[in-house]
Write a protein that binds this ligand. Structure first.
Ligand code: SF4
Length: 391
């Protein structure tokens, strides 16, 4: 028996590690939106930009030994509202990242921005710092919908921000939401059609859902029913397909060649470092996969007195974790990606694949596994087939 066959078959095994990305969480917003369950905190006073960036760099440095010799493929600055940060601080942060980690040439560097904090000079500053993709949280072009969502910006401010973003970065995403309080199918269609007219190469369309620990959870607004929301989703998919967008993930649409590489890395179960308050990460090593999570409250994070939490993902959970991400991809994944990213043999998911095929939730063609239309509609049921058996 050679060494390879002697290794513990229950443990993951990697000869080549997955691509590595960097997520940076910037946790403050002007105002907390009533539907938002992200780790975002309403700005109460002057924000400690400099101290926070120093904490991010400290955090990154602490994790360097875990990623020695690896290159960063993409960076994503999310929040919160990263565009509250002055360009000078973003420049300082990205320079510090480059000084400590090698970036792939042409690495995608995305930043999220709120149209209510958009300024042309600030956008140019971000671009000069190295940001090459901007993601704008527009949500709707209807002022009454924006008000119902508690957004700080108007539809006209969103239009102006899109124009500035396209002039400055070219590579721009618009986030839209549908299934909003009082929204009709015609109103949802008007939002999607206007988004297409603005000419951004990427669009994300999310259904509004009511999440625990939000204002909408304790005071729920009246939302369109399940069937009405499903009609809006179908309308969005058809309108965007007719306009030349590829629907590549549950909520993501892109013009050819403009898919978000950072998010694709999550869905393909790649690795990522997460820095910033409450940020999560996932890292693979030769014989294990770990997750890490930073302390959630910005004030604790700034004090640096709470340790980062790191845990190994149990090998029996890896098939489910892989599928939870990969089955969001409309085109699914090539069979070999499972061993490459979960580090386990195909036999560990064979039974789940067969059960999903029998229920017409998955299809297998040309060595690819992809969810059927039914599988996309009942994604939770599909992914549930890969949950580890109770011990
Ligand atoms: S701006 Fe975005 S991150 Fe901030 S509270 Fe609203 S939805 Fe949440």
């Amino acid at each position: 028996m050679n060494v390879k066959t002697m290794r513990d078959a229950r443990k993951p095994h990697f000869t080549v590690l997955p691509p590595l990305a960097l997520y940076v969480h910037l946790p403050w917003c002007v105002k907390k939106c009533p539907y938002c369950d992200f780790n975002s905190h309403e700005k109460q006073a002057e924000l400690p930009f400099q101290e926070y960036v120093a904490a991010l760099i400290r955090d990154l440095e602490a994790m360097l030994p875990s990623v020695w010799g690896r290159r960063i493929h993409t960076i994503f600055m999310g929040g919160g509202t990263p565009s509250l940060f002055p360009a000078q601080q973003i420049d300082f942060l990205l320079s510090a990242v480059r000084a400590r980690l090698a970036l792939e040439p042409g690495a995608e560097i995305t930043m999220e921005a709120n149209p209510g904090t958009a300024e042309a000079g600030r956008f140019r500053g971000y671009r000069d710092a190295g940001v090459n993709r901007l993601s704008l949280g527009v949500q709707s072009f209807d002022d009454s919908m924006l008000q119902a969502l508690g957004r700080i910006h108007s539809a006209d401010e969103a239009r102006r921000a899109i124009g500035m973003a396209l002039d400055t970065f070219g590579n721009v995403n618009i986030d839209l939401m549908y299934g909003l309080p009082g929204q009709t199918l015609a109103m949802a269609r008007a939002d999607i059609e206007e988004a297409v007219r603005h000419g951004t190469p990427h669009l994300s369309a999310y259904q509004l859902t009511i999440e625990p620990n939000t204002v909408f959870f304790s005071q729920p607004p009246e939302l369109p029913g399940h069937d009405a929301a499903a009609d809006m989703q179908v309308m969005a998919e058809e309108t965007l397909a007719a306009a030349g967008f590829e629907h590549y993930e549950t909520s993501a649409f892109a013009r050819p060649g403009r898919r978000c590489r950072h998010n694709l890395n999550y869905w393909e179960f790649g690795d990522y470092l997460g820095i910033g308050a409450g940020a999560h990460g996932k890292l693979s090593f030769a014989d294990r996969v770990t997750r890490h999570e930073q302390v959630k409250q910005p004030r604790d994070y700034l004090k640096n007195d709470a340790a980062i939490e790191i845990r190994n993902i149990a090998p029996r959970e890896l098939p489910f974790e892989f599928m939870l991400n990969a089955l969001r991809l409309v085109e699914g994944f090539p069979e070999e990606l499972f061993a490459a990213r979960a580090g386990l043999p195909w036999s560990s998911i064979e039974a789940g694949i067969m059960a999903a095929q029998e229920r017409n939730l998955l299809e297998r063609s040309a060595q690819r596994i992809r969810p059927t239309g039914r599988g996309r509609r009942f994604l939770n049921d599909l992914v549930g087939l890969f949950l580890p058996a109770q011990e």
